[in-house]
Design a protein around this ligand. Structure first.
Ligand code: FAD
Length: 448
């Protein structure tokens, strides 16, 4: 079989792989995009589809003063020493360019979301398409890669053999032998590989996995066999707002807007503003691994751009009540304890001298008021953050810091922006790294 030559082969057609394919094709490169699980929803499709781009033109036109530097400062304040400084600044710089690329070159309906605040972010800076959701964003990218004449979509095809050759890579599937000058690994993380989760993230061993089973760690294993270094393997994005069963979730913004969480006894157990990832382990530690998220109709009215919430609402996951007694009855928690928890939150929100929350929460936003809403949630593992070590241009590095020639990685298979355990994951880090590193990698390939 004569090999078909291509400039770039990509393993994985998710957030990172499709972004890289479009960037490369836009530069005139021929791309072969491989994905054996195209028909199974990947993490991009399961995601909220919300990505930060501090300093984008769309954000600036909406009157928000922000910059890549401010986002980096937020990331460092939130994640401390777990920030992956090899990639953080280059990714921050690339994100406004990613938005411009999608809007101007790909004609995608990407927009700035002025009404999506997120824990740990000092400015509103999330972007998405309409509706703001993972499926809609995935659909836009899929349609674009399918339509591009320079992208050969080798999907639902298994690459049975892959070898490094002197001048690139050989990839063999049932129908074709492909020779690629460059290879980008974009096969996702290892949240779907229970053995790897047990090995690297013991605290989430056996926990509900709300991510895609296609994140099977296979591409990380491949890179490891070629000598790539791995880093941050204990990092993960948890989800402390997941519904039991894992099919729906409330989304990240309810605590930022003033919601609280109580356990089965109606008592608060955590400062709820620590972020959805850090909340996962805290919720899992409660009796029954459950927490009741309590909010109100005013907060619900501000969740218009939150597709995750809309899906949960449609699935009947949200309780409604006109009084706290009614809410306590519907949820099955002691009414007096729930009333005390809400009263303290109201007092903290109304206090002119700042919150005196015994759990340390600084901001409660608006005081909770009738009519009320509530929903029982649990903690889950959404996706993993550890993986292949790269530089800020996505070049795969070995333990001695040398790059493996012509080999790149981005997305869940590559070491993420931050995270030791679930605490260092700043909302939006997943797509930020996937899009930013893929964008930078393609720019670097042009000079490689
Ligand atoms: C529930 C949930 C909500 C989330 N919400 C957000 C959010 O709102 N904002 C945010 O920034 N991040 C979010 N994330 C994280 C985000 O989805 C991921 O960071 C992102 O999708 C990673 O991109 P990826 O391309 O690496 O992985 P994916 O999008 O999962 O794509 C990887 C692809 O690789 C393929 N693949 C696997 N093995 C191979 C192989 N051996 N060869 C070839 N292909 C292979 C898979 O089939 C898959 O299509 C969320 C994640 C989850 C699970």
């Amino acid at each position: 079989m004569n090999p078909k030559n291509t400039d770039l082969a990509i393993l994985g057609a998710g957030a990172a792989g499709m972004m890289a394919a479009l960037c490369a094709a836009d530069r005139g490169m021929h791309v072969a995009l491989f994905d054996p699980f195209w028909s199974t929803p990947n993490n991009l499709e399961l995601s909220g589809g919300l990505f930060p781009a501090a300093g984008s033109q769309l954000q600036s036109m909406a009157g928000v003063d922000d910059s890549p530097g401010q986002w980096l400062a937020d990331l460092r304040a939130y994640a401390g020493s777990s920030v992956n400084e090899r990639i953080a600044a280059p990714v921050a710089q690339s994100l406004p360019q990613v938005v411009a690329f999608l809007v101007e070159r790909m004609q995608m309906p990407v927009r700035f979301l002025a009404d999506v605040p997120a824990p740990g972010h000092g400015a509103v800076r999330f972007h998405s398409v309409t509706p703001a959701s993972g499926p809609a964003l995935s659909d836009c990218l899929r349609r674009a890669v399918r339509a591009h004449p320079l992208i050969d979509c080798r999907v639902d095809v298994v690459v049975s053999r892959m070898e490094r050759a002197e001048k690139g890579f050989e990839l063999i599937d049932a129908a074709r032998h492909t020779h690629a000058r460059q290879l980008l690994l974009a096969g996702g993380g290892f949240g779907g590989a229970a053995d790897m989760v047990t090995e690297f993230i013991p605290e989430m061993s056996g926990a509900l996995h709300s991510g895609s089973p296609t994140n099977d760690g296979s591409v990380i294993g491949m890179a490891r066999a070629w000598g790539a270094a791995l880093a941050g393997m204990d990092g993960y994005q948890g989800q402390g707002h997941t519904h039991p069963g894992g099919h729906t979730r409330l989304g990240m913004s309810i605590p930022t807007l003033g919601g609280i969480m109580v356990d089965r006894s109606g008592q608060r157990f955590v400062r709820e503003d620590i972020g959805p990832s850090a909340l996962a382990a805290k919720v899992l530690a409660q009796p029954g691994q459950l927490a009741l998220e309590v909010f109100d109709a005013a907060i619900e009215a501000r969740l218009g751009n939150h597709s995750a919430y809309a899906a949960a609402r449609a699935a009947g996951r949200v309780l409604e009540a006109d009084t706290l007694e009614e809410l306590a009855r519907a949820a099955g928690v002691p009414a007096h304890a729930l009333a005390d928890s809400v009263a303290l939150a109201v007092q903290c929100a109304e206090s002119a001298s700042g919150s005196s929350d015994p759990l340390g929460r600084a901001r409660f936003a608006q005081p909770l008021a009738a009519p009320y809403r509530a929903s029982w949630v649990t903690g889950s593992l959404a996706h993993t953050q550890g993986g292949i070590v790269t530089d800020g241009e996505g070049r795969v590095l070995m333990a001695d810091g040398q790059a493996i020639p012509h080999l790149y990685a981005a997305g869940g298979c590559a070491a993420g922006l931050s995270g030791q355990g679930g605490d260092g994951y700043l909302p939006g880090n997943g797509l930020a790294q996937s899009f930013g590193l893929a964008f930078n990698a393609v720019a670097a390939m042009a000079g490689d």
